[in-house]
Write a protein that binds this ligand. Sequence first.
Ligand code: PL4
Length: 407
Amino acid sequence: MARINQNYDKLAAGYLFPEIAKRTHAFSESNPDAQVLRLGIGDTTEPIVSSVLDGLRDGVNALGAEESYSGYGPSEGISPLRESLAKLYAERGLSLDPSEFFVSDGAKSDSANIQGIFSEDCVVAVQDPAYPVYVDSNVIAGRTGRATQEGYEGLVYMPCTEENGFFPELPKQKVDLIYICSPNNPTGAVATREQLKTFVDYANQHRAVIFFDSAYAAFITDPDLPRSIYEIEGAEKCAIEFNSFSKTAGFTGVRLAWTIVPKACQTEDSEPGKLHALWTRRQNTFFNGASNVVQAGGVAALSPEGRKQTDEQVAFYLENARIINEGLTSLGITTYGSDNAPYVWLKTPKGLSSWEFFDKLLNECHVVGTPGSGFGPAGEGFFRLSAFGHRGNVEKAVQSIKENLKL
Ligand code: PL4
């Protein structure tokens, strides 16, 4: 007799982003003439830059000739891409071997799947608020109890609040797996070297492992802020890092990412090299590698011309963030983030709940954002606006908020 994975029934509600899409659709159905301006999902909007398009085309063309055709590739990714990634980190003085880079189809899937190579009884700590995938993947894996008003039983929430500058204190109890996202989705806060050092030291002391999601690292403009956790001494022994081409190369639909599992990284019951071997085995078993066409695009994105052009696109989105931030602050709304991240994190006015503000913004201004409470209990009373969008739409959204939001 087949039985389902009962852990799915523990999941608190629908996944956040489909829920937003559902509510937005309902609004559009009842207001067919309203132009809905979307600053909700962090999804790129600008065309892929020419050098990366050329790389993708080269990938396609290679498939059309007998001598350059390729079928299944290594599930860890093609060597030129892994080597280009290692060079990228080497430029910042980080010595990582190409074999420590695992190319994949997304930071979402990797950050959801990584927990699968760890013991089921590991205690998990998450920043609160956090990208929902970290929590949900552990709920499904059975590492939590029921959902309550305060979050899932058994999960250690590390509140990120105005008081602590949206970076958490160390957990009071011993935890085994720690998720840190910097630049942070949703708060836009970037961890300093000192802040990361406290977690790296904790992890090395307790033989915990940090999952460091740096999907927005390219948005860091402040040269003093770390873009990779491996800039912190000792991190290679305790941290696994995720990054993605989604937001830099506009690959949210194309799909390409990478995960770094250093050979030095270890757990309390394993030697250095074991985690690297387990992730290799996991990927070999469950994954057949990212698309060869797309990996050719990835190599082009890391070329000097690709980097120049994609950097310009990142700067474009950061300018959107500045425009949104300026518009909100001119209304007296308290905001965070936006300087080194593509998200503006705002405090809902008049103590409205996050979902109340979602409805208000949609009904009064026809602007869609993301309720902070969807990212965890500490996100209640906050709201996220995404800076991904065409400039004209971003400006229209800000104008509409300024003219129509009843404060
Ligand atoms: C909506 C911190 C966005 N349907 O594209 P990937 O898989 O390489 O990267 C996804 C990702 C990884 N890590 C962080 C992220 O914020 C994201 C993308 N987040 C958002 O609006 O929060 C897109 C979400 C998408 C989803 O469910 O991920």
